[in-house]
Write a protein that binds this ligand. Structure first.
Ligand SMILES: *Cc1c(COP(=O)(O)O)cnc(C)c1O
Length: 421
C-alpha cells in the first residue's frame, strides 16, 4: 500500500520530504535538516509546533477520556472549550456545533442557514451568494460556494448553483469595483438568497486578497436590510491571522454564523466549530423531530481535540501573542520595503502576521514558477507554497523577527536567481 497525497499530480511528483519532528517554528527532516515552517503547515499552527501546553493537555485528556457519542453524552473537555469560546466571543454567539475540519464547519453553516429559512416560512430562500476569489473547502457543498477555478472544474456537475459576485482588485480601491456587482446581484436575487458567505478581511487560497473593511461593512448592512444571513468563514482568518483574534472584530460587524477550524487546536489535532445565534437555533426547536438539525460526524466533539483547543485558547489569553504577531508584522513591513527595491512587484501587502508579495510573472497555481520557488526555498531551509505568483509568509507566532527576515531574504535570493537577474 502507498499513500495518495493531497493536491498532487502523483505521476512524476517529487517524493515527499520525510519529516521526523517539529518544534516551534521548525520542521526537522529525517536527514537532519532543519526547515523554517513559513506557512504554519497550511495555516493551522498558531503558537508553534508541539507547544508543551498543548501536547500536555492532549496527553492528559487521552488518559482520561478519548471519544464518546456526542448525541448522547457530553464531557468537561467540550464544556470547558465552549465556556472559553464564550469568554472570547460576543454573547450573541450562543450555540456551538462541533465537526472535524474547515469544510465541514462550512457545510454545517450552510445546512443550518438553508434549513432555518425553510422552517421559518422563507421557502424562496434557497441559494447562496459567494465571491470571485472565494475558497470554502473541498467537500461538495463547500466546493459549490468556492469560486470557479482549477480546483473545482473537474467536479462542476457536482456543484449546486450559486450566485457569484465579481469583486474589486486589490490594486484598485474603488468601492464601485468592490461592491457594484454585489449590489446588482442582490437587487436581482436578494429574495432568493439564504446566506452570503465570506472569508472576512483576507481571502486565503484565492490569492491572499485583502478586503477593504468598508466593503464588508456595506455588505453586512445590505444583508441585514434584506434579512439575508451572513456566514463568516474564519477557518483561516481566525486565531490571529489578521492581527486580531478574529477578523470580524476589525470589521466591527457580527455574522449569523462563524466557522472556525485550522488554528482552533493550535494546529495539533483536527477540530472545527460552527457558532451561531439563538435566533437561528430557535428555528430548530419543535415537538416535531423532523425539524431538528440532521447532521453529525463520528468524531463530533472529540474530547482530545477539545482539550487541545482549550489549551490553545488559554495561551491566547495568557501570553503575549498579539505582541508577537505585531512584531512579525513589523518584520514583514521592513523586509518587504527592502525587497521592493530589488525585484519588480505587482503588489505587496501585510495584514497581521501575513506578509504577501505578488511578483511580476504570469504563473498559475502549481506552475513551473511556483514549484521552482518552493523547491529552491526548501533547499535553503524555508518551507513555502506560493499561490501562483502570490508569494506569502504566514509563520507560527513564535517566529522571531530575525527568522522572518531570513525567510524574506531567502525568497529574494531565489527570485533574483530564477527570474529577475
Ligand atoms: C482551509 C479552508 C477551508 C477548508 O478547511 P479544511 O480543514 O481544509 O477542510 C475552508 N475555508 C477556508 C477559508 C479555508 O482557508
Amino acid at each position: 500500500m502507498k499513500i495518495w497525497r493531497p493536491y498532487t499530480q502523483m505521476l512524476g511528483a517529487h517524493p515527499p520530504f520525510p519529516v521526523a519532528q517539529a518544534e516551534g517554528a521548525y520542521l526537522y527532516l529525517k536527514n537532519g535538516r532543519k526547515i523554517l515552517d513559513g506557512i504554519s503547515s497550511w495555516w493551522v499552527i498558531t503558537h508553534g509546533h508541539s507547544h508543551p501546553a498543548i501536547t500536555d493537555a492532549i496527553a492528559k485528556q487521552a488518559r482520561v477520556l478519548d471519544q464518546v457519542v456526542f448525541a448522547d453524552f457530553s464531557h468537561d473537555s467540550a464544556e470547558e472549550l465552549v465556556d472559553l469560546l464564550g469568554t472570547l466571543l460576543p454573547s450573541s454567539f450562543s450555540r456551538a456545533f462541533f465537526s472535524d475540519n474547515g469544510s465541514t464547519s462550512v457545510e454545517v453553516a450552510m445546512k443550518m442557514a438553508y434549513q432555518a429559512c425553510m422552517q421559518s416560512g422563507q421557502k424562496g430562500r434557497r441559494k447562496f451568494l459567494t465571491f470571485e476569489r472565494a475558497y470554502h473547502g473541498d467537500t461538495c457543498g463547500a466546493m459549490s460556494v468556492t469560486a470557479d477555478g482549477l480546483f473545482t472544474a473537474a467536479y462542476d456537475d457536482l456543484r449546486f448553483q450559486t450566485i457569484r459576485c465579481k469583486q474589486g482588485s486589490y490594486l484598485n480601491d474603488s468601492m464601485e469595483e468592490w461592491l457594484g456587482d454585489f449590489i446588482r446581484q442582490m437587487s436581482r436575487y436578494g429574495d432568493q438568497i439564504a446566506a452570503v458567505i465570506i472569508e472576512p478581511l483576507l481571502q486565503g487560497a484565492g490569492g491572499m486578497v485583502v478586503w477593504p473593511i468598508e466593503a464588508l461593512q456595506e455588505i453586512e448592512r445590505i444583508c441585514r436590510e434584506q434579512k439575508i444571513f451572513i456566514i463568516f468563514d474564519e477557518v483561516m482568518t481566525g486565531f490571529g491571522r489578521t492581527g486580531s483574534l478574529f477578523a470580524f472584530e476589525k470589521i466591527g460587524r457580527m455574522p449569523d454564523f462563524l466557522c472556525l477550524s485550522k488554528g482552533l487546536t493550535g494546529g495539533a489535532l483536527p477540530l472545527a466549530v460552527t457558532l451561531t445565534t439563538d435566533q437561528i437555533y430557535e428555528n430548530f426547536l419543535s415537538s416535531n423531530s423532523n425539524r431538528m438539525f440532521f447532521h453529525g460526524h463520528s468524531f463530533t466533539g472529540n474530547a482530545i481535540s477539545c482539550a487541545a483547543a482549550s489549551a490553545n485558547l488559554r495561551l491566547f489569553q495568557s501570553s503575549r501573542v498579539i505582541q508577537q504577531i505585531q512584531s512579525i508584522q513589523r518584520a514583514h513591513h521592513d523586509a518587504i520595503s527592502l525587497l521592493r527595491k530589488e525585484i519588480p512587484l505587482k503588489d505587496a501587502r501585510v495584514i497581521g502576521p501575513v506578509g504577501i508579495i505578488e511578483v511580476d510573472q504570469e504563473a498559475g497555481y502549481g506552475s513551473h514558477f511556483s514549484k521552482e520557488i518552493s523547491a529552491r526555498c526548501m533547499d535553503q531551509g524555508l518551507f513555502i507554497r506560493p499561490l501562483g505568483e502570490v508569494i506569502y509568509l504566514m509563520p507560527p507566532y513564535c517566529t522571531t523577527p530575525l527568522e522572518v527576515r531570513f525567510a524574506w531574504e531567502t525568497i529574494l535570493d531565489v527570485c533574483r536567481k530564477l527570474f529577475f537577474r
